[in-house]
Design a protein around this ligand. Sequence first.
Ligand code: GDD
Ligand code: MG
Length: 327
Amino acid sequence: MTEAILLVGGMGTRLMPLTRNTPKPMLPVAGLPVTEHQLLMAKRAGITSIVLATSYLSEIFIPYFGDGSRWGIDLRYAVEEQPLGTGGAIRNAAELLHGDSTVAIFNGDVLTGHDLAKQIDFHTSHRAEVTLHLTRVTDARAYGCVPLDADGRVTDFLEKMENPITNTINAGCYVFEREVIDFIPARTVVSIEREIFPKLVAEGKNIFGFVDDSYWLDIGTPSALLQGSRDLVAGALGGQKSEFFAGRGCSIAPDAKVIAGSSLGAHVKVENGAIVQGSIVCDDVKVGQRSEIINSFIAPGTFIAPESKIVDSYCAKDGTFSLLTPK
Ligand code: GDD
Ligand code: MG
């Protein structure tokens, strides 16, 4: 049986201030935390045992996910007192794995429609030691570039290059043979991308790329987070295509408009004449009469005064705004 490790301990720096009180993987996308979308995806691929590698705001995950039984998953937490980097986090979390067989590892900020079960089959049939999910992007500078040879073997790993040598990039979902994880030094801060992958390639390990061009998005910036939420509401990962999503207990006045892939958390009240467009509105928000919220993120519990106009912004619970950077 394949187990999984989910890397959810990063600081989410590019998403500040949204990540001041909420770790990036717990931000809502189409009504569910990013991590929950990933758990569901892992479950569909047959994975029922997962270790969450947490660090920054680790305490936020446990009350929501508990032991995972609500999802039919055996969930455990490997908490890093100090962030160990992506490699150190994997090595640390591996101590909580039950078995010695294949392990799937995900970056905790990715929405992906690729078929993980197929990636695992590919890994097995190629007798690979590591198989990386790769996707193609137009601008590869923010990602790990992964060149392949004609057989699909990884020939190098180049994290974040100014002049990318390929637009085939690391999509942040790996299948590892358990013993390869022991190659990562224990209790050490280490990057899987900058240190371990290049070393594994140099040592001639059997590393393959599973190239797949299904829907894929890293939600690491405010605009990407909003885009991801709108895409999922529009059915990018399957399910019903909708104009908007509303959580339980929402009330929307008959002449209010919630449009363009907006997503409302639980118990959101949208009053007369208000417009919510292309936005994420968290739980327990009240949107006052005739206010407009466009391409914005509203923190939980916020009261938006009547006739407000909020565009491309983050609004905190205390009512303060900040403009979201366009990238
Ligand atoms: N537990 C733990 N500890 N998790 C961490 C740590 C850590 O010290 N550092 C980062 N993470 C988690 C983050 O929470 C995130 O889910 C994941 O590791 C990747 O970190 P990011 O900070 O989002 O990296 P990135 O987006 O710049 O680049 C990574 O993802 C790209 C694809 O989205 C790399 O893996 C690139 O190679 C890749 O192309
Ligand atoms: Mg990322």
